[in-house]
Design a protein around this ligand. Structure first.
Ligand code: G3P
Ligand code: CA
Length: 300
């Protein structure tokens, strides 16, 4: 009897390690990424959205990071409270005129927790479940998502974290790239997820600083659909070859797939919300897809 327990324990351990190794080496897993967790189904950039993405088979949890006045790394797409989804502490809704005054970089974390971002739903994502929801700390998201995956006997998730910054709003909506990245990396190191994280950005300054200061952390270059520069120009401007190249999905074609392979970069387009486009992109040979709808992910 004792032997049976020892053998089943070894099989269980091997199973966990093996599936994690497959993901870490990315040998077998197609990199399905839940955008803002699962924005199409659950309030974006929240812990419940990450749970939903894990339930539906996401390999990677995509999310956006901003910084509070007391230097906490918080999940939020905007560095303020978006008028489309926010309810104020007094129960009234945030108007378009006032949203930018609710600047998270000037608010303490405790104050941000008084604003709800889930009760109203999202008018652009009608399937999104309405629920009380708050902007969480990155630290709590990692803690909760890892625990959740373990409790469901799923592989530990990867994290694709975007630095929401741009040169025009340094020290207004966020700190300088150096300060931003240092705060973000401190959380990553504290949670010991260096080998399960990529840092993505449209702001090449954050990627350049990461590459120079924390070369072991994987970087992802984000590209907008209106960016008309060639791949060569974009990489020259960046100054190094990132781990992954992540353009708007409309920019992906066979030539780009081949060029990324030649450079040794993963190609992971965003944000693909219909099955037909997902299938077209997979047939072209992309390495992963970012979607608001993890319920559309398919295996293999
Ligand atoms: O992962 C890339 C994608 O998230 C970039 O777009 O505006 O949704 O953060 P956005
Ligand atoms: Ca993002």
């Amino acid at each position: 009897m004792k032997n049976i327990f020892i053998i089943s324990g070894m099989v269980f351990l091997y199973g966990c390690t093996s599936s994690k190794m497959n993901q870490q080496n990315n040998l077998t897993a197609f990199d399905w990424q839940g955008h803002r967790g699962a924005r199409g189904l659950v309030p974006e950039n929240t812990i419940p959205a990450m749970y939903k993405a894990i339930d539906l088979g996401a390999v990677t949890l995509e999310m956006d990071a901003v910084i509070t006045a007391d230097k906490q790394v918080l999940l939020s797409h905007e560095p303020f409270f978006n008028h489309e989804i926010t309810t104020k502490p007094d129960g009234t809704i945030v108007t378009k005129e006032e949203e930018k005054q609710l600047n998270i970089y000037t608010m303490h974390y405790a104050a941000t927790q008084r604003y709800d971002i889930g009760l109203r739903g999202n008018p652009r994502f009608p399937q999104q479940q309405k629920m009380a929801a708050y902007k969480p700390l990155l630290l709590d998201v990692i803690e909760a998502a890892d625990q959740y995956a373990l409790s469901k006997n799923k592989p530990l998730p990867f994290y694709n974290i975007e630095t929401k910054s741009q040169p025009a709003t340094d020290n207004k909506y966020h700190p300088s790239p150096k300060a931003f990245v240092d705060l973000l990396v401190a959380v990553i190191k504290h949670k010991k997820i260096e080998d399960r994280v990529t840092i993505q950005s449209f702001d090449i300054r954050t990627l350049q600083y990461l590459h120079q200061q924390y070369p072991s952390i994987s970087t992802v270059l984000l590209i907008e659909d209106y960016n008309k520069k060639s791949l060569t120009e974009q990489l020259q401007e960046l100054g190094f070859t990132p781990t992954a190249y992540s353009p708007h999905h409309s920019l992906v074609n066979e030539e780009l797939v081949n060029a990324c392979k030649l450079k040794g970069m993963k190609l992971v387009p965003w944000t693909v919300n219909d099955l037909a486009t997902m299938k077209k992109l997979r047939a072209l040979g992309v390495d992963g897809i970012i979607s608001d709808y993890p319920n559309l992910f398919y295996f293999p």
